[in-house]
Design a binder for this molecule. Structure first.
Ligand code: GDP
Ligand code: CA
Length: 330
């Protein structure tokens, strides 16, 4: 049998946990399968002179087995360097960069400054962590997400991380802007990973500022529409709320209801020019199945909490089973 090629479009924590479960499943069922993770870089930012790529690092550390308890950063972290910076009145007191994590950012910045594109830098960093999947940034060109907000009566564009981490998304987003995305090119291998896959999976990553950002890179949406691989997604919304984080604040900014069905219909059915062949919802959202199937999206309800790799592997198994039964006519 030919090697199965699985491609995932991921943000940070949701994408990373899903991919870890995917790898656990494939290790048992299809050890030769090749997994490519196209990762959102809309959250990337310069901080204290260093290039920080929150979602790439979350995926790399999670798959490398060194992720921190909280779901990001490194396990066993300390913050001595940040404390020194703060003593000089530098750094951002609302954005923690641990000492071990800073090692990664320094290495990345050094490699970028030597002239390597982010995709090559990422491959180099992954040589150390052996994530078990190919990690590709959505683009080598910066396309940072900014958020238009009104603070103290003034309309401002702030970086996504400032809105998310500093304001905890409590200031309403008027809109999201991907700065520079018009001229961003998909990183080498991104379009091929989508068009030459046997199955494309949308993990329960944020549909607006993770998956939506990747889809915003010119050419990616078209590749998703034209791939012969079935495209199956997993809902990040359970019972009308995100499992963690503030995805509801992102969805309302783009006029999409916070529900499992609304997110699927936002991606749209491939039968109607959208992206999805199939969609998994949690058992609490079982009443959405009829509506989804009517829209041309194959759907199934099952527990969607990724409480551990075994639970996540069961979600993956359901997604792959749905993929076998669906997909565009070949
Ligand atoms: P971020 O970049 O770190 O915010 O991570 P992602 O965009 O990859 O994933 C965030 C999304 O994952 C949130 O909208 C959560 O609702 C979703 N999520 C987190 N844990 C789970 C889980 O156990 N099950 C499901 N279905 N979704 C989850
Ligand atoms: Ca993110």
């Amino acid at each position: 049998m030919a090697t199965t090629r699985v491609t995932v479009l991921a943000g940070g924590v949701g994408g990373a946990r899903f991919t870890r479960g995917l790898l656990a499943h494939l290790e048992r069922e299809d050890p030769d399968a090749q997994v490519t993770v196209v990762v959102n870089t809309g959250d990337d930012l310069w901080l204290d002179g260093l290039r920080v790529c929150p979602d790439l690092d979350t995926v790399m550390y999670t798959l490398g087995g060194v992720i921190g308890e909280q779901g990001w950063g490194r396990a066993g972290e300390t913050a001595r360097v940040s404390a020194e910076l703060h003593a000089y009145g530098l750094g951002w007191d609302w954005f923690t960069l641990g000492d071990l994590d800073l090692g990664t950012h320094i290495a990345r910045t050094e490699l970028l400054r030597s002239g390597l594109p982010l995709s090559a830098v990422t491959a180099r960093l992954c040589e150390r962590w052996q994530p078990g999947a190919a990690l590709i940034p959505m683009s080598d060109d910066p396309a940072e997400t900014h958020v238009e907000v009104e603070i103290d009566g003034q309309v401002r564009l702030i970086h996504f991380e400032e809105w998310w981490v500093r304001y905890r998304a409590s200031v309403p987003a008027r809109r999201f802007v991907q700065v520079g995305v018009e001229s961003a090119r998909p990183a080498p291998g991104v379009l091929e990973a989508i068009t030459r896959a046997d199955v494309v999976l949308l993990p329960p990553s944020n549909p607006v500022v993770s998956v939506g950002t990747i889809l915003g890179v010119p050419g990616v949406r078209e590749a998703m529409r034209s791939t012969t691989a079935p495209v199956i997604g997993v809902s990040p919304i359970l019972g009308g709320a995100p499992v963690r984080g503030m995805a509801d604040a992102c969805l309302s900014a783009i006029g999409v209801e916070t529900s499992a069905a609304a997110v699927a219909l936002h991606y749209g059915s491939r039968t109607a020019g959208g992206l999805l062949d199939g969609w998994l919802v949690d058992t609490v959202d079982g009443d959405a199945l009829g509506r989804l199937r009517q829209a041309g999206i194959a759907a199934r309800a099952l527990p969607l909490l990724m409480s551990d790799d075994t639970a996540t592997a069961a979600i993956v198994e359901a997604a792959l089973a749905l993929a076998r039964g669906t997909g565009p006519a070949r």
